[in-house]
Design a protein around this ligand. Structure first.
Ligand code: C2E
Ligand code: MG
Ligand code: MG
Length: 696
């Protein structure tokens, strides 16, 4: 069996005349396009219908088409076939008298024509080979176009006059313009005025330097604008410089960029401005204020005890509260004001053109709106803010200074009892810088072992025996030296550090008490208690009872050896809550005394319900009892009242024998003070106890 040459095209002959078909077959053989006896790849159809069917089945390389067929004639024959197989090269066969028709056929897409009776084998061979080549070119063009059409973006080819020579289907689809419209349009027609400059420049640059890129909004026929990145590359077509390029939709990238931009300027949780945007706005506002000679307000707002909400109810509730606080702040300020969150529960507000009166007014409204109850999840919560205000130009002329001074004023508001606002005043500054210093030093005090406890003996007046010790905190800082607790405890309370510090104190004191019991320094038989001061902040902490019990358990100390010194302040805000906590502590066998008694304003009715067993008469009354008749009267009144309530009394700050005598005469039970001993480091205290015992 003979092999068909690899180049032998498969040919479909649509010809109703069998004689003509025979001739074609013979010529094909002669031209070397068909080996002798090989009929594979040669198909014959005698009608157009049959030809159409065969062209679908065989995918022939070449079609030889007689235009006059039984079921179709003239140009229509060609058109029908081309519609069915648009890419097959067609060579038309016509009679001599149909020459003009053959020419029309070329215009309708036929590759060549042969006039019957006027061609030979060579002519047929040449016509077929040319048709094949031309068809390949057509197919390549078709392929190129298909490739361009499959591009996700825009493709365009324009000449130097800005005429569109070619474009892809997406260009039509995305622009919404038809091919005929595009052909008459100029590139700038697809852009808004604002982009005309850059686009023109990019086109000029492409022609001049070979390539360019430009980002611009592509405007469709329906006027929608989409951001695109366009490239232009110089390209020579028919010896004329052109520009070929693609346009890529960069909407997604823009969205991502906008998101990044947003994230760098806004607080994710609340959607408020962040520090960096606040600074930008401040720069703008301050230059306006400088020019107009007007004032500007910077306000710092911090929620009071917000940490407690986070600690007890979780961050989820804490976050929800911050979002709501942010919303409330924004509902109160004006549009031109900037509200920012600086992290945590601290908000900073910039109010251009607001003067002191306006700032005070706004702060009052903020206090009210933030103090309204919050319904979060199933919780109804309350919070209050402390607000500090600094004004340009009086309190500073740059962001750093104003922000720092607003902060200082805010700390002052906290010190003054919270839930209030304070304007910055220069005298706050020295004080507050010191406070800030101390606060950060205090953060490290625990871990660096700078805290210790001293113990002050408590004596029974009847027989001068040591019946207890008050643990008093000492802080030695390498730079500040010995810092008095009256100075650093309020700072630790304001910053919340007291909770952690207090826990350390409690554990250290309990452990010490246990050690004394174990060593026999204090007898289990004779009563002895370790008194530990408890800050109001600690007292209100929701885990207080748990914490105390856990420490006692871990240190293996029976609760009756511990006394917690509370101040009257614990009951100020929420007397019933305080009573409940005291009841719970009492039920667990822990003693409580009321420290600094007489300086607060406990109502007698509450005092009756406090589960305290002892009142500590404040040293300010003791100080002058020998000569001040008022103090004499107060102290004796306290002692007799305590007695009638079944409470014991201990007088603090007893320094002289005269004071001691008066107290003894008034019926006071115990004393504590320099008369017997200052607060002592542990070993000195132990020596004191041993000595007192041997003396007694
Ligand atoms: P406080 O609880 O009323 O403690 C008594 C204070 O009076 C102590 O001052 C003590 O050293 C001092 N003092 C004792 N006897 C005399 C005396 O005869 N004359 C004079 N002038 N003063 C005497 P300190 O140690 O400076 O403590 C001051 C305050 O700091 C304490 O007052 C207490 O409220 C607080 N504090 C001390 N340690 C702690 C602690 O561990 N936790 C808490 N929350 N507060 C503490
Ligand atoms: Mg005390
Ligand atoms: Mg006291």
């Amino acid at each position: 069996m003979t092999q068909r040459p690899a180049t032998a095209p498969s040919i479909l002959v649509i010809e109703d005349d069998a004689g003509d078909f025979g001739l074609v077959k013979a010529y094909l053989r002669e031209a070397g396009l068909r080996p002798v006896g090989d009929t594979s790849g040669l198909h014959w159809a005698q009608t157009l219908a049959e030809g159409l069917a065969l062209s679908q089945q065989t995918a022939s390389d070449i079609v030889l088409l007689d235009l006059s067929l039984p079921d179709s004639s003239g140009l229509a024959t060609l058109q029908t076939l081309r519609a069915a197989s648009p890419h097959a090269p067609i060579v038309v066969l016509t009679g001599n008298d149909e020459k003009s028709l053959a020419l029309a056929a070329l215009e309708s897409g036929a590759q060549d024509y042969l006039v019957k009776g006027q061609f030979d084998a060579d002519g047929l061979g040449r016509a077929i080979r040319h048709a094949q080549v031309r068809s390949r070119i057509v197919q390549e063009r078709y392929f190129t176009q298909a490739a361009l059409d499959s591009l996700p973006g825009l493709f365009y080819l324009i000449d130097q006059d800005g005429r569109f020579l070619r474009w892809n289907q997406n260009f039509e689809r995305i622009s919404g313009y038809s091919a005929t419209e595009i052909a008459t349009m100029h590139p700038l027609d697809f852009f808004g005025e604002g982009d005309h400059g850059p686009v023109t420049a990019a086109i000029a640059q492409s022609f001049a330097t070979g390539e360019a890129l430009v980002e611009a909004d592509f405007i469709a026929k329906n006027r929608t604008a989409t951001p695109f990145l366009f490239s232009g590359k110089r390209f020579v077509l028919d010896q004329k410089p052109c520009l070929m390029g693609v346009g890529v939709d960069i909407t997604q990238r823009k969205v991502a960029n906008a998101r990044i931009e947003w994230l760098s300027h806004f607080d994710v949780l609340t959607g408020l401005a962040n520090q960096s945007l606040l600074r930008d706005r401040f720069q703008h506002a301050i230059s306006m204020a400088q020019r107009s000679g007007r004032t500007l307000t910077l306000m710092t707002l911090d929620l009071d005890h917000f940490k407690n909400i986070n600690d007890t109810l979780g961050h989820h509730i804490g976050d929800a509260m911050l979002v709501e606080v942010a919303r409330r702040i924004q509902s109160v300020v004006r549009d031109e004001d900037t509200v920012s969150r600086q992290g945590g529960d601290e908000f900073v507000m910039l109010m251009p053109t607001t003067d002191a009166a306006g700032a005070g007014h706004l702060a009052t409204r903020l206090l009210a709106t933030i103090a309204t109850a919050y319904q979060l999840d199933t919780h109804e919560l309350l919070t209050t803010p402390s607000i500090g205000i600094a004004m340009y130009p009086t309190d500073g002329a740059d962001f750093e200074t104003l922000a720092k001074n607003a902060d200082i004023a805010m700390y002052r508001a906290k010190q003054d009892g919270r839930n209030c606002y304070r304007f910055f005043a220069a005298e706050m500054q020295t004080h507050s810088t010191h406070t800030l210093h101390m606060e950060s030093a205090l953060r490290r005090a625990l871990e660096r072992g700078q805290l210790t406890l001293h113990y002050q003996p408590q004596m029974a007046l009847a027989n001068a025996s040591v019946i207890g010790a008050e643990a008093l905190l000492r802080w030695h800082h390498p730079e500040f030296g010995a810092v008095s607790p009256s100075e650093f405890i309020p700072i630790a309370e304001a910053s919340g550090q007291i909770v952690q510090i207090g826990e350390w104190v409690l554990r250290a004191a309990v452990r010490q008490m246990k050690a004394w019991l174990d060593s026999g320094l204090v007898g289990k038989a004779s009563p002895f208690v370790m008194a530990v001061n408890l800050s109001v902040v600690q007292f209100r902490h929701p885990h207080l009872i748990e914490q105390v019990m856990q420490i006692l358990q871990e240190e293996r100390l029976a609760p009756e050896y511990l006394e917690l010194e509370l101040t009257e302040g614990v009951a100020i805000d929420d007397p019933l809550g305080a009573i409940a906590v005291m009841d719970a502590l009492h039920a667990r066998g822990i003693r409580m005394s009321i420290d600094d008694f007489g300086t607060g304003f406990s109502s007698l009715s509450y005092l009756k319900r406090f589960k305290a067993y002892k009142l500590k008469i404040d040293q300010s009354f003791v100080h002058d009892i020998t000569d001040d008749p008022d103090d004499k009267a107060i102290v004796s009144a306290i002692i007799s009242m305590a007695r009638s309530l079944g409470l014991q009394t201990i007088a603090e700050g007893v320094e002289t024998a005269g004071q001691l005598a008066f107290l003894r005469d008034s019926g006071c039970d115990e004393v504590q003070g320099y008369y017997y001993s200052k607060p002592l480091p542990v070993d000195t205290f132990e020596a004191f106890v041993r000595q007192a015992r041997s003396a007694g």
